[in-house]
Design a protein around this ligand. Structure first.
Ligand SMILES: Nc1nc2c(ncn2[C@@H]2O[C@H](COP(=O)(O)OP(=O)(O)O)[C@@H](O)[C@H]2O)c(=O)[nH]1
Ligand SMILES: [Mg+2]
Ligand SMILES: [Zn+2]
Length: 351
């Protein structure tokens, strides 16, 4: 298999000059497991670890290798193990705020071409949650495609209604399918092209893994040659890159209970494009669209041009994104000041 089949395209070629190094070659991270990594290269998968230098010089956990990343690796023990030296810049990424109290960025996957945002038509369907995923994709420059699963559990009228809700909030392709009846599966399969990387996102239980298994099952049936990496795809306990035999790459993710938005202002503006357009007509350039005079966004809500619901979802995500970004920057500043203090203290102790 060539690296280009694994997604190493012109963009990475263009960024590779400073990464070429004697004794090192390029490989892609296919899984991360508590500080140990799996690399996918031309001939298969290899376990790898980081150089101490890389580990200590990263400024933040998001700079550590993540599933989907391209890295430079040095092999040893007859190419059965490797050391990771450097991480390539990321063409695209999916990241969120870490779950829980701590305010930090968490990388979910990198170098993804298309994110399949999966929601079930049944109990899981939630347009506001969909907004979150759309902002996350836009922030990382990943193309979103919305997949509605379990269409077998609702009537066709209900399905039409859900599809029109999704179409009204997402400038994205929408695919409705059932893993039980198989309806819609072909349409999903047709969106996949070799050499491209896809990520499945969504709550637990919506049918992401079932969908991948169906894809692999069909493949086994049709082509009899499948290479599935990792430890099986039935229970998704961690993110892993799966390379299908036609060269389609998929990253399955465990369900995310929380999807906090941090530092994704541009993503919010891209996802809520009609609001970004309106805001260029606000009287004040820094209008928060909450209570300023001459706010074109609020005027549009009053006139009914913009729905109250869409407006409030926008305000909520924008505020959340800014709030977390500020707390993050504040903490970094304090950490840095503390770091400096420690350095001076250590130096004084030596002197
Ligand atoms: N009725 C129905 N059940 C489905 C469908 N897709 C998946 N399921 C079931 O939903 C459950 C969760 O599926 P799974 O693929 O593990 O979800 P994941 O957590 O998103 O990976 C399993 O019991 C599946 O059999 C579907 O299209 N229709
Ligand atoms: Mg799963
Ligand atoms: Zn305004």
């Amino acid at each position: 298999m060539k690296l280009s089949n694994l997604g190493f395209d012109q963009w990475f070629e263009d960024h590779s000059a400073s990464f070429r190094q004697d004794g090192c070659s390029f490989a892609r991270i296919s899984a991360v497991n508590r500080g140990s990594y799996l690399l996918q290269n031309e001939s298969g998968e290899v376990t790898a670890e980081l150089t101490g230098k890389l580990f200590y010089q990263v400024e933040s956990p998001v700079d550590l290798p993540c599933v989907g990343d391209w890295v430079t690796a040095q092999y040893y023990d007859n190419d059965t193990a490797a050391i990771i030296h450097k991480v390539f810049p990321r063409k695209t990424f999916l990241r969120r705020k870490t779950a829980g109290e701590n305010v930090d960025y968490q990388m979910i996957a990198t170098n993804i071409d298309t994110a399949f945002i999966v929601q079930s038509c049944h109990f899981d369907f939630n347009p506001h949650r969909l907004d979150r995923y759309l902002v996350m994709a836009a922030d990382g420059r990943v193309e979103p495609v919305v997949i509605l699963t379990k269409t077998d559990l609702i009537s066709s009228d209900e399905l039409d209604q859900k599809i029109s809700i999704v179409s009204s909030i997402a400038k994205a392709k929408v695919i409705a399918l059932s893993n039980i009846t198989g309806i819609g599966f072909d349409e999903f399969q047709k969106t996949l092209s070799p050499g491209r990387t896809y990520c499945l996102l969504g709550s637990s239980g919506v049918g992401k893994t079932t969908l991948i298994n169906r894809l692999i099952g069909r493949e086994v049936f049709d082509t009899k040659a499948v290479s599935v990496t990792g430890e099986g795809v039935h229970t998704t306990s961690r993110r892993q890159l799966i390379v299908l035999s036609q060269g389609v790459m998929l990253i399955d993710t465990p369900g995310m209970r929380e999807l906090g938005i941090i530092g994704a202002g541009d993503g919010v503006n891209v996802s809520f494009e009609e609001i970004a357009v309106l805001s260029s007509h606000c009287r004040y350039a820094n209008c928060s669209h909450e209570n300023e005079l001459g706010c074109a966004v609020r005027d549009a809500v009053k006139s009914g041009e913009l729905s109250e619901d869409r407006y409030s979802s926008y305000i909520k995500l924008k505020k959340e994104s800014e709030f977390y970004e500020m707390s993050y920057l504040d903490r970094r500043k304090k950490d840095k000041a503390f770091g400096k203090f420690m350095k001076t203290a250590k130096k004084q102790m030596k002197d």
